[in-house]
Design a protein around this ligand. Structure first.
Ligand code: ZN
Length: 83
């Protein structure tokens, strides 16, 4: 699970980039930005198909924002532990 960085001049993320589809699939701006892996043997992640609306800039669906938030809290906790 990860959130791809924007690295294209059009400001949109790309999903499912691989040797057979080097252009990938352009971000759907109505959907959550998280990458999800299919349950089959294709090892190609695609964009989460749930509607976005949660988190910073409302980029995540409810489920992925919950996971992302938990991750950020863990990182913040680790930071405090270092000081
Ligand atoms: Zn999602």
């Amino acid at each position: 699970m990860s959130t791809p960085k924007v690295k294209h001049p059009d400001g949109l993320r790309r999903y499912a980039e691989w040797a057979g589809n080097p252009q990938g699939v352009r971000e759907d701006v109505a959907c959550c930005v998280e990458e999800v892996w299919p349950n089959d043997r294709r090892m190609i992640p695609s964009q989460c198909s749930r509607k976005r609306g949660r988190g910073p800039r409302r980029l995540y669906c409810a489920q992925h924002w919950k996971m992302e938030e938990a991750r950020l809290v863990r990182i913040a906790g680790a930071d405090r532990g270092l000081r």
